[in-house]
Design a protein around this ligand. Structure first.
Ligand code: C2E
Ligand code: CA
Ligand code: CA
Length: 324
């Protein structure tokens, strides 16, 4: 079948190339009812799509279990929204030259009624694929800005980084929502940083640039999260109005053992400086990593070496001064 699809299809005067993602299930091993077989083939097809399309994938029990888990999480997420089971944690960003806290990153937590804490990696993708993220995301921006307003009213001059998900970023209404939240909470917009990933900027780049410009017009800053893990096209850095690069933890974690990673981190810092972008390193866990970053000119860092993400009431226990 794949070979058959290799041949271009004639559409009027045009030759159109198509590809197929194929899901396969086997009867009666996987199931014997028609409806279930179709459901299994469908799941397998989505897996083929997820693995880069133009390929095939067989149904397996693992796929089924994963799909059931997603469905379960989806139902629980709806309940979580209704019953306010989400919390925000804040992870300090520290200037390594002064050891002063310069800001925080907002990280969501889901505390289930049975007191289990679900990590975002487990539910953000489900929230994203079901569209629930738009609602949760708006709540995050509200709560984050209220936190920032409390910090500012105490005289702290800190930035607050807020992660945006793909759907949220693509939402036409986002700039309007942000504008309303900034106004209502009264925070200084220049203290708000939205984190987006490289992959969000690919695809329809004109729409992405337009969205970034609309956000920038509100006075907020933009940061590229997980920098270096995606396409990292240098030309887009010039074209997109971003202010900050965030070096991904995967490059930081093996410093000082991995020479390759050290070269990459040094190159990202040098590039950020050349392009007049701020640079933040995340996932910093050791004194050697701090030293390496310092020697290479990256002074704002975030990671367990200074602090884990904490609930707001826990922040006062930290032994670092907060910028005023
Ligand atoms: P991220 O934005 O790259 O966030 C950094 C993650 O690294 C956080 O995990 C943080 O707790 C963890 N981390 C920070 N320092 C260290 C360290 O020194 N060592 C190690 N091992 N880990 C460290 P978390 O909170 O589990 O979040 C995971 C991902 O979930 C985030 O990655 C982000 O993509 C997503 N996420 C979290 N909160 C939100 C949110 O409010 N909105 C959206 N859209 N996504 C979120
Ligand atoms: Ca982030
Ligand atoms: Ca990251």
């Amino acid at each position: 079948m794949q070979q058959a699809f290799h041949e271009p299809v004639k559409l009027g005067h045009h030759d159109v190339a198509i590809s197929a993602s194929i899901g396969i299930t086997v009867a009666p091993e996987d199931a014997s009812e028609e409806e279930l077989l179709l459901k299994h083939a469908d799941l397998a097809m989505y897996e083929a799509k997820a693995r880069g399309k133009n390929t095939f994938h067989f149904f397996s029990q693992d796929l089924n279990d994963a799909a059931n888990e997603r469905l379960q999480i989806e139902n629980q997420l709806r309940e979580a929204i209704r019953e306010n089971q989400f919390l925000l944690y804040f992870q300090p960003k520290v200037d390594i030259r002064t050891e002063i806290i310069t800001g925080y990153e907002t990280l969501i937590r889901w505390l289930r009624p049975d007191n289990t804490l679900v990590p975002p990696a487990k539910f953000i993708p489900v929230a994203e694929s079901t569209g629930l993220i738009v609602q949760i995301g708006e709540w995050i921006i509200w709560e984050a800005c209220r936190f920032l307003a409390r910090q500012q009213s105490r005289g702290y001059d800190v930035t607050l980084s807020i992660n945006l998900s793909v759907r949220q970023f693509n939402d036409q209404d986002l700039p309007l929502i942000v504008e309303r939240i900034l106004k209502r909470t009264g925070v200084k917009p220049r203290a708000v940083i939205f984190e987006i990933t490289e992959s969000m900027l690919m695809g329809d780049t004109d729409a992405a640039i337009n969205q970034l410009n609309q956000l920038k017009r509100l006075g907020v800053s933009l940061s590229i999260d997980d920098f270096g893990t995606g396409y990292s096209s240098l030309s887009y850095l010039k074209r997109f109005p971003v202010d900050e690069l965030k070096i991904d933890r995967s490059f930081v974690k093996d410093i000082p053992q991995d020479r390759n990673d050290m070269d990459i981190v040094a190159a990202i810092i040098a590039m950020a400086q050349k392009m007049n972008l701020r640079v933040v390193a995340e996932g910093v866990e050791t004194a050697q990593q701090v030293e390496f970053l310092r020697n290479n000119g990256c002074f704002e860092v975030q990671g367990y070496f200074y602090s884990m993400p904490l609930a707001e009431q826990e922040l006062s226990q930290l032994n670092y001064t907060v910028n005023t």
